[in-house]
Ligand binder design. Structure first.
Ligand SMILES: [Fe+2]
Length: 197
């Protein structure tokens, strides 16, 4: 495959173009239209019936970069059955997360305080998703810390706006769940950053 060859369909190309124009991270009114377009994606938009067999089972997950231009970035992620992507964040990012193959469990938290985030988080969702599920939305204040467990071999697409960029303060951190904390009637999770090795 040459570098120039596209590994996605025209349908996904239209989503990328729409995202580049509407810039949902700066213009949240564009979010519903992108969610709706992402919901229409199918495994064949990424030749998944072939690509899924290239998954490296020695790794917890593999990523194929689909698109990277300006503030918009997209990747295809594949996770073998029983493997996990540990709790991680998407600082100041908007992410559209669409499962296209197999099924997985998503556990997500919202940070409890304003940026810069650290510490306490509200449990947001703990759901099973598959190709029939709606696109999940990650925003700076919504679903921003999450973990994935593959219940079968699975694949999903993440569309990032903007992408990770250490120079702009958008590094990815991993977390571990330390302890539940009771605050009034609320139950919050104390998250602890896992030092990068
Ligand atoms: Fe993520």
């Amino acid at each position: 495959m040459t570098q120039q060859e596209k590994i996605y369909s025209e349908r996904f190309e239209k989503i990328l173009q729409h995202t580049q124009i509407t810039r949902p991270h700066e213009n949240p009114t564009a979010i519903p239209s992108i969610l709706s377009m992402m919901n229409d994606l199918q495994p064949q938009d990424f030749s998944l019936s072939t690509v899924i067999h290239t998954m490296n089972r020695d790794w917890d997950w593999t990523t194929t970069n689909l698109f990277a231009e300006g503030d918009i970035n997209a990747g295809l992620f594949m996770v073998p059955k029983g493997h996990r992507i540990p709790l991680h964040d998407h600082p100041q990012m908007t992410v559209f997360f669409r499962v296209l193959w197999g099924h997985l469990e998503l556990k997500a938290y919202d940070w409890d305080q304003r940026f810069p985030f650290e510490g306490l988080a509200n449990p947001r969702s703990h759901v099973q998703l598959d190709g029939a599920s709606q696109t999940q939305l990650v925003r700076p204040e919504l679903n921003n810390i999450h973990a994935i467990l593959a219940l079968s071999d699975c694949a999903f697409v993440d569309l990032f706006a903007p992408p990770y960029c250490a120079d702009s303060g958008r590094s990815c951190s991993n977390y571990r769940e330390k302890a539940w904390v009771q605050r009034g009637g609320e139950k919050l999770m104390q998250l602890e950053r896992v030092p990068s090795s």
